[in-house]
Design a protein around this ligand. Sequence first.
Ligand SMILES: Nc1ncnc2c1ncn2[C@@H]1O[C@H](COP(=O)(O)OP(=O)(O)OP(=O)(O)O)[C@@H](O)[C@H]1O
Length: 581
Amino acid sequence: MSGLYPSAYWVGQAAVDLPLYFIILVIMLGTLFIFNKGIHLYIGTFFTLTFCLIGFVPASVLLTYVVSFTYKQISDTRQWWSILFSMTGLITITIIELASVIGNDLISTVCHDLFSIFIPIYPLIGVLICFSRMSWKVSSDENSYTQLGRVLVSVISPYLQCVILLLILRYLEVKNGGKSIRKDPIFRKKDKKKKMWKFTEVPEDEDEDVRVERARVGEYMTSNCYEKPAIMVSGLHKEYQERGKTIIGKAMRKLVANNISFCVRKGEILGLVGPNGAGKSTLLDMMVGQTEPNAGQILIGDADSAQRGVNPVRFVGYSPQVNHLWPEIKLEEHLETYGSIKGMSRSNLKEVIKRIAETLDMKEDLHKPAKKLSTGTQRKLCFALSLLGNPDVVLLDEPSNGMDSKAKQRMWKVIRSTFKGKEQAAVLTTHFMEEAEAVCDRVAIIVSGQLRYIGSVQHLKSKFGRHFSLDLKLDADSGLQQMELLHREVLKHFPNAFRQDSFASLMSYKVPKSDVQSLSQAFFNLEQVKRSFNVEEYSFSQSTLEQVFIELAKEQEEDDNFATMNSTLCWNRRQEDTVAF
Ligand SMILES: Nc1ncnc2c1ncn2[C@@H]1O[C@H](COP(=O)(O)OP(=O)(O)OP(=O)(O)O)[C@@H](O)[C@H]1O
């Protein structure tokens, strides 16, 4: 709520609403007493009304605050609640008058008392009805006595209502409020006793590079003599409790970060890749403080500047997986707002917006509201917002989702030029291996909440790429017999080659490294095959990062029969180890 604690927000609202409502009511009552000859203003009436108003005004205002939790748009309040309040006032008056007309004082008194106690907008109406009765009716002691009793109920009820409505407001804030509620001096939630986490064990099957990275982070954390990396994540652990499938089913432990440690140096871009649900977004959420880890430490940016009191908003730029845009606000206004929050000057901001619009091809969309932007442009905008103000660290959660390939290439170029050789660092999650290869200096592969690998793309390929890919495209006229002969010839040169799916005249093989003694010999053999078997063209290449990733995910997720990776690829673990893109 406007960056304020909830209590500060409500007190601020009340500081305006209470006097305003009080003044309006005083003017209305004054007018009533001046022009209505039926109700006389005596000293007693004046004090009773004043005392009633002091309780009635806050009770009515608190009621509107409480009902404000039931609507999502401002217009809802005008349409429904104002009509409902007017109708309630009218109905209560009608009921009380009807009871009086039929001469049943008991019903009239019971209704009056019930309305006064349970309907916060009634007590003032009730007091006025009583006053008019006391003025107009032939005065009898019994009548005056009844009316005084009713007045008393109407005057006291609003004070009780204030207490109850305040408690309801607090309950609603605690239930619906965001994180600021924890620090709120009035609406603060009582902290439940936190579960104490034991130091999590280092996974036994941990990769050597991951182990080295963990040791490096440990050194950085304990030593003062190094130039610290831009991001340090140490021993991060997070798990959720998942409900069992049946009502009595036991809650399951879902591990989304299993003792993860890594660091990102200044000027470095680290790619986080992994299958759906591996825990990549949760990791970023923990880095920006949106999700609380169960154990571990995250240090972002220059600790010295944090101690010097530099605004932490300037340290981190974050582009979450779900777009965080205001639907009615224009693209340019988004950039202006974020730029101002990050402390950019007006003139600088204008220049930066112009450059962003040109670089990311958004010039024509500058004056469109966010809801009218295409999905790709919305992603571009979120990406641009995260870069505004040159933050020390930028976290990008699947930034290129929904972008066409041209837009992706532009964005990759911007990312490279922003971080390469600079003081800033970035973490980027992606499903596109092509993206990781094009943009990232190092890649971290996460499977089932565990960091399985970390290193440069080339190192990953040479470490895990156990196969070469061989594709042969035969002449369109070649028949099955020709293909069979070619297959035998391939096996002659690469005895352990494994044939994958063939499409029409295209034959694909996975060739183990052990079958390739020297690359020159392999290409010499393939040239001969090409000449003798009407092969139109062929390609022989080291495994792509995509293939390496599939291998890794398969090795380490032995229990899975099927897994999907976004829309870019899927793999089916069949007995013959077929990879299908
Ligand atoms: N608040 C939560 N409560 C329970 N489980 C959660 C919660 N948030 C995330 N999870 C679970 O944690 C796992 C990791 O989710 P996360 O979104 O981090 O994965 P991801 O690697 O980013 O996946 P994707 O690539 O699909 O975005 C998922 O199985 C998800 O269902």
